[in-house]
Design a binder for this molecule. Sequence first.
Ligand SMILES: C[S@@+](CC[C@H](N)C(=O)[O-])C[C@H]1O[C@@H](n2cnc3c(N)ncnc32)[C@H](O)[C@@H]1O
Ligand code: SF4
Length: 343
Amino acid sequence: MAMKVIPISSGRTPAPAFEGGTLRDSLKRPMHDLRISVTDRCNFRCVYCMPREVFDANYTFLPHSAILSFEEIARLARIFVGLGVEKIRLTGGEPLVRRDLYRLVAMLKELDVELTLTTNGSLLARNAQALARAGLDRVTVRAMNDVDFPVAKVIEGIDAAAAAGLAPLKINMVVKRGVNDRDILPMAERWRSSGHIARFIEYMDVGSSNGWRMDDVVPSAEVVRRISERWPLEPVDANYPGEVAERWRYADGAGEIGVISSVTQAFCRSCTRMRLSTEGALFTCLFAQSGHDLKSLVRGGASDEQIRDEIAAVWQRRADRYSEIRTAATSKNKKVEMSYIGG
Ligand SMILES: C[S@@+](CC[C@H](N)C(=O)[O-])C[C@H]1O[C@@H](n2cnc3c(N)ncnc32)[C@H](O)[C@@H]1O
Ligand code: SF4
């Protein structure tokens, strides 16, 4: 589905103003991470992301000609790295439904960045070796629920990724009250002592199709309490400043879990992310209502320097802090779908 995209080229954009070597937005946040959505399609229909009733046979996905080629993505990624990006995550939709994704991984590996992938795991078993060989650093797998896809296949994918050297994996579960919150303890139990890290994500009001209500959110504090009652947990320091997941370890030494409290404890203040959509639009927030059109620059013959200046200008103007100011009313805004912008 095409989203509102604003043209960005004025042709007279000033060169970026780095402060002490760092590009900062209007709230002084540096740009460190880039999420790239490589496809708006997915073979799953998770209720909190691509509900079947909306993403049905009549839904129009982007045509191939509209989506960025691997070469176009790699060129943009190089420009982002020149502006300070140190981490790139490939996502979607389901990134592994994009054919030969390992080719893009190999192209991005030439940049000096940490390169990761978020996947629903369904196609991981057959791709893990090629991705690892191409230079992927880490994988996050979304936990399995609410589709008929066999859990065993996802676990096979996780095992294949671990065997290919991509361990430890992060295994995410979006928790929606009344839908899968009874799976919190089984999920914790499944990944305790496995060497991988189970992470529980608060259900968010991304997009406009999932019918989000605050009552559906299970606060991370409740997740931690419920797990801790069974297997006591103790807090662990963040790996680095601004880490989104809060870490907890099992007191009995069975490893750790993470919780991501995007709703109850917004982390906008430390958000260092830029997002590149499947069709080459730039989004400065997951909850944005429109993006900035980079594809026209790329396909219109702009130089790397012009593109760099436009990206920098978008970042320098950035003032987003949606999760901090979320209300029942803002959750009804017409927002971009997560499968399009990349989760
Ligand atoms: C949109 S998916 C794309 C990558 C891949 N298909 C997957 O499922 O991991 C990226 C992440 O967004 C999460 N997600 C999707 N909808 C969400 C929602 N409404 N609230 C919180 N997280 C959500 C998914 O669970 C996943 O971890
Ligand atoms: S993109 Fe990921 S979260 Fe969304 S429906 Fe597909 S598998 Fe589920």
